[in-house]
Ligand binder design. Structure first.
Ligand SMILES: [Zn+2]
Length: 295
């Protein structure tokens, strides 16, 4: 395990234990969440070392990578993913008169890239998991490379870089954001989608909130921290949007962890309520999508 002595977002030394969260999804082990007194960032501490973390992804049920179709929650996930794909594509296309060069970091099995390829984008992917990489090339023919390949591209190669539910898994935020800034063209678009620990469903489910997803999520980004961190790295905020389907999926999964009767139905109901509450608060959806540009 790797113990952090400073905030991984702002490097401030005053950090404190705040909550214990179980890995409900896989190992059933307990992990600690710390928070930073300076920027308010929440992060898993200690966290598995980079060598140890791969063991925590080893499940046939880790659905962002698998193509199995078992269970109602997986079915909801798949329906949501299809609808979300079109929504994601619209977000990106609305900024560009014509398709350009796109890099999707943490592209999993390549669904988003395959979708954008049909819109004419020249697509590239980065994915640490070798099985997902193989699935991506089989599925879309798009070449997906390892993380180490990031440093091999020239400066200002991409019109858009996307990280859909990925930055919360990234160990070295400073290195990764610097690399993204280097690779993005001036005026290019960076899209980040992140679970929101200040959302209504996070507050409702507490330590059972499925999007803590420790230890796979090493960061838990409150919107205020996203703004501060990206601003400090030289990105300019354009706008954010709530990802309304995520509330349903996360609430269903949280209900399952609570082992309540009728958990899928309860989850759907609470997902709906989370979205209704988020309509009345700024950046309060279960997951948020943030758009930034580089000047
Ligand atoms: Zn901090």
């Amino acid at each position: 395990m790797e113990l952090l002595h400073e905030c991984p977002a702002c490097s401030h030394k005053t950090i404190k234990f705040t909550e214990r969260i179980k890995d409900h999804f896989l190992s059933q082990e307990d992990f600690q969440i710390f928070h930073c007194f300076s920027c308010g960032h929440l992060f898993t501490n200690p966290r598995p070392s980079p060598d140890q973390i791969t063991a925590y992804y080893k499940s046939e049920n880790y659905i962002s990578h698998s193509d199995s179709d078992k269970g109602l929650i997986n079915k909801v996930y798949r329906i949501v993913r299809k609808r979300t794909l079109n929504w994601k594509a619209a977000q990106l296309n609305s900024h560009f008169g014509r398709p350009g060069k796109l890099l999707d970091i943490g592209c999993g099995s390549g669904n988003f890239l395959a979708r954008m390829q049909t819109d004419g984008w020249e697509c590239f992917g980065i994915e640490p998991d070798p099985d997902a990489r193989a699935m991506a090339s089989r599925y879309s023919g798009i070449t997906v490379t390892e993380e180490s390949h990031l440093s091999e591209w020239m400066d200002e190669t991409f019109d858009a870089i996307t990280l859909w539910h990925v930055l919360e898994h990234v160990y070295d935020l400073h290195k990764r954001l610097a690399e993204i800034k280097r690779l993005l063209k001036p005026g290019g678009i960076l899209i980040l989608a992140l679970p929101n620990p200040s959302s209504a469903d996070a507050l409702k489910y507490g330590s059972y909130w499925a999007a803590w997803d420790v230890p796979r999520h090493v960061h838990h980004f409150k919107p205020s921290v996203v703004h501060e961190l990206l601003h400090s790295k030289g990105f300019r905020f354009l706008y954010s949007r709530g990802m309304v389907y995520d509330a349903y999926y996360i609430s269903m999964l949280s209900e399952r962890y609570l082992k309540r009767s009728l958990s899928p139905l309860r989850g759907l109901l609470h997902g709906f309520m989370s979205n209704r509450q988020a309509e009345r608060r700024k950046e309060a959806y279960s997951s948020m999508m943030y758009l930034f540009t580089k000047d």
